[in-house]
Design a protein around this ligand. Structure first.
Ligand SMILES: [Zn+2]
Length: 270
């Protein structure tokens, strides 16, 4: 599933492709259930002749502010497998392309979505769509104090809370595991039991894991544009119980937390 680095990477790719400033000349929605608001027909009509002013991101939502003349925000959530590409209209589309948004310059914004969990909205304001989210992990207001506040009084496993967008927006299963590994914290620790020093370590680990991912994507973008990897496969710990911890050599352990596969080192993460 795309997590914050993957969505941010998509955003950077779209900016790099020159999408801001392009005018949408129509929309071909082949799977109407993707459109959450308004109807698919209204969304297609509402996007016509609108100019994309910018490509923004909040959490895992991509926001395209549009020029005047209708609802101001086109919003995309990539779901489990969604990818956005800008390609010439003449180029054969990926067979999993579900939606096509032709642009005035002869290209097309294409939404490839194999499993069809993606979502689209055309609304007056992102507030109509976006859930309550924590500060962005790279923003100054993502502090030890805000994280401690989110954990206060909550006995749920720390890993479970890291998956909540109101605690660490944009973090998903893989980066939550990575952050806990880097911080040396057991994923089943009750969040409210973490000391302020441990929370500070965790906050830094979240930033470090995301920074590392951004770096990988930045390098991939230079080499492979327009098709860098959709998800990282290199982690500082193996996601495999047959593999050993790179720090201590103990075999990695696997459990499920909130139905999500969780890999950790029982010796290093306490
Ligand atoms: Zn270890």
């Amino acid at each position: 599933m795309p997590e914050l680095p993957e969505v941010e990477n998509t955003r950077r790719n779209l900016v790099r492709a020159g999408l801001p400033g392009c005018t949408i000349t129509g929309a071909n929605i082949t799977w109407a259930n993707t459109v959450k608001k308004p109807s698919a027909a209204e969304l297609a009509e509402g996007l016509k002749d609108r100019t994309i002013q910018d490509v923004q991101r909040r959490g895992k939502y991509l926001i395209f502010p549009l020029s005047g003349g209708g609802p101001a925000a086109f919003i995309v959530h990539l779901g489990m497998t969604g990818r956005l590409r800008v390609q010439p209209q003449s180029q054969e589309p990926d067979p999993m392309t579900r939606h096509f948004f032709p642009l005035g310059d002869g290209r097309e914004l294409r939404f490839v979505d194999g499993r069809k969990f993606g979502k689209l909205w055309l609304v007056d304001s992102p507030d109509e769509v976006l859930p309550v989210m924590s500060p962005e992990p790279f923003d100054d207001d993502f502090t030890v104090e805000t994280l401690a506040e989110s954990f206060a009084g909550r006995k749920a496993p720390v890993k479970a809370l890291l998956l909540e967008q109101s605690v660490a927006c944009g973090l998903g299963n893989l980066y939550a595991d990575e952050s806990l590994f880097l911080a040396g914290l057991h994923p089943e620790r009750p969040a409210s039991d973490l000391s302020i020093e441990e929370i500070a370590r965790l906050r830094q680990a979240i930033i470090d894991s995301l920074t590392a991912a951004y770096g990988v994507y930045d390098r991939a973008r230079d080499q492979d544009w327009p098709d860098p990897p959709t998800a990282l496969t290199t982690w500082s710990h193996p996601r495999d119980v047959k593999a050993s911890c790179p720090n201590c050599g103990t075999n990695m352990a696997a459990i499920r937390i909130r139905a999500r596969g969780t890999y950790f080192c029982a010796k290093c993460q306490v």
